[in-house]
Ligand binder design. Structure first.
Ligand code: IMP
Length: 197
């Protein structure tokens, strides 16, 4: 049985599907499953939003479902944008504009500390939560965008002197918040797929 990756973010689908392919787990994206419905992310924590997505998309499709809610916490912004990362600076901004908005807000700021957070929730085909796991990646916000790989805020997120966008997917997965959360939840995915397959 295939696992539904419950996100409309193609960057996330690609990363998760690649990581799960290594474990021989076949994935479906929401568009593969013909789902156009968009879950309202009304939660105030990553766990709330990941749970909303996993439960509702599982119930809609009757498939084992993995949802990811993730975002950026910036120390100098008191942990913002957090759960609002996808909408930071306004819905109408493109991602490069969003990255510039963040850089502008940190213009004269010496404290560049930040982290990516990822919460993953796994549901069975009835929408019952089977597991939840978290992953964190500590880093800092750079001074200009660098690199062509990845997605989202990768060009402005620096780890050990290089942005995530300057790293190939295989390298990012070893250190990333998403890679860590996925590694932790993998045994539960394998168990669920074995039991429902
Ligand atoms: P969500 O889809 O509501 O979880 O929003 C996640 C937000 O965080 C989006 O703006 C993503 O671009 C951003 N984000 C999450 N993970 C990453 C990552 O690995 N790299 C860059 N941006 C990320």
């Amino acid at each position: 049985m295939k696992l539904l990756i419950a996100t409309h973010n193609q960057g996330k689908v690609k990363e998760i599907a690649q990581m799960l392919a290594d474990a021989k787990i076949e994935c479906l994206s929401l568009s593969d499953a013909n789902v156009t419905f968009d879950v309202d992310e009304t939660g105030t924590t990553f766990l709330d939003n990941a749970t909303l997505k996993a439960v509702q998309y599982a119930q809609l499709t009757n498939l084992p479902t993995l949802a990811d809610d993730s975002g950026l916490e910036v120390d100098a912004l008191n942990g913002e944008p957090g759960v609002y990362t996808a909408r930071y600076g306004g819905k109408e901004l493109s991602q490069p504009e969003r990255n510039q908005f963040l850089l502008q807000n940190l213009k004269n700021e010496a404290n560049r500390g930040a982290r990516f957070q990822c919460m993953m929730v796994l549901c069975d085909p009835t929408g019952k939560v089977q597991a939840q796991e978290q992953g964190t990646l500590e880093g800092e916000i750079g001074f200009e965008p660098r690199g062509e790989h990845g997605f989202g805020y990768d060009p402005v997120f620096v780890v050990d002197g290089r942005t995530l966008a300057e790293r190939e997917a295989a390298e990012k997965k070893l250190i990333s918040h998403r890679g860590r959360a996925l590694f932790a939840i993998l045994p539960s995915i394998e168990k669920l797929l074995t039991n429902s397959g």
